[in-house]
Design a protein around this ligand. Structure first.
Ligand code: NAD
Length: 252
């Protein structure tokens, strides 16, 4: 049996976030799904979660999401920062506007959500912050300056939260996946196929899994299960760390 907790998850309409919402609902937690896509409401509803529509590049929307969880469920115990986007362009041509959007969504929003949720975790003497970073929190790839910078920054936020939360019962950890089978990656496969004049299967094998020891894409549920572990009582001694699910990529 688990302790039912109040969980806020961001970026929940598709991919990893949708899998996390479903998994946490199945475990018996109270979940607030937060996404800017109105389709997220149905996804949340089907999983048994509440929904809050918010564009997380807006600071007020970040604070609004936490306030909504507090109003509905009386607090926030577990925060899963997952919402993210990608934009691929060389530094020389990278649009400033895209840079700002990615940093706002993937670094500033996790900070603001953590800040807003913190007093509720501190009061209880229990909290879990789980940041969905990426293997790009540790290594870079050309064309992904904003994404790689945001994810490296997210690792810094995770470590700082771990140090500040240590004596308050709050842990903070990051999960760093390689390629997960989600719409974010489907789009990249399609783009790369066009760019290199390859078939999609060839792109997966020759480009995406080039550095992988395990030659397959990761399933969203595999990430969700690691989130559940880090959110559990069993993981109380685990903080400030980075958990790779990378098919052996960084073993090179
Ligand atoms: P996805 O595109 O399937 O899901 C991203 C979600 O974020 C969507 O539901 C989208 O609606 C939401 N979102 C986008 N912009 C938003 C905004 N401004 N406000 C609120 N919500 C917004 O992508 P995914 O692959 O599931 O990615 C989830 C996280 O996992 C991201 O942080 C991503 O960087 C990270 N990640 C993904 C992979 C991968 O291979 N798919 C690998 C490593 C890390």
């Amino acid at each position: 049996a688990i302790n039912p907790r109040v969980v806020v998850v961001t970026g929940t309409t598709t991919g990893i976030g949708a899998a996390v919402v479903k998994h946490f609902c199945e475990l018996g937690h109270q979940v607030l799904a937060v996404d800017f896509n109105p389709k997220g409401e149905q996804v949340a509803d089907e999983a048994g979660a509440a929904f809050y529509q918010a564009d997380l590049t807006d600071p007020e929307a970040c604070r609004g999401a936490i306030a909504d969880a507090v109003q509905r469920f009386g607090g926030v115990d577990i925060l899963v920062n997952n919402a993210g986007i990608q934009h691929v362009a060389s530094i020389e041509t990278f649009p400033e506007e895209k840079w700002r959007q990615i940093i706002d969504l993937m670094l500033t929003a996790p900070f603001l959500l953590t800040q807003a949720a913190w007093p509720f975790m501190r009061e209880k003497g229990w909290g879990r912050i789980i940041n969905i970073a990426s293997i790009h929190a540790h290594v870079a790839s050309p064309g992904k300056a904003a994404y790689v910078s945001a994810k490296h920054g997210m690792m810094g936020l995770t470590k700082t939260a771990a140090l500040e939360g240590g004596e308050q019962g709050i842990t903070a950890n990051a999960i760093c996946p390689a390629y997960v089978k989600t719409p974010l990656v489907d789009n990249q496969i399609a783009d790369q196929a066009k760019l290199h004049g390859m078939g999609e299967q060839e792109v997966i094998e020759k480009i995406m899994l080039k550095n992988a020891a395990v030659k397959r894409l990761i399933e969203p549920i595999e990430v969700a299960q690691m989130v559940a572990y880090l959110a559990s009582d069993a993981a109380g001694a685990v903080t400030g760390s980075s958990w790779n699910i990378d098919l052996g990529w960084t073993a090179h």
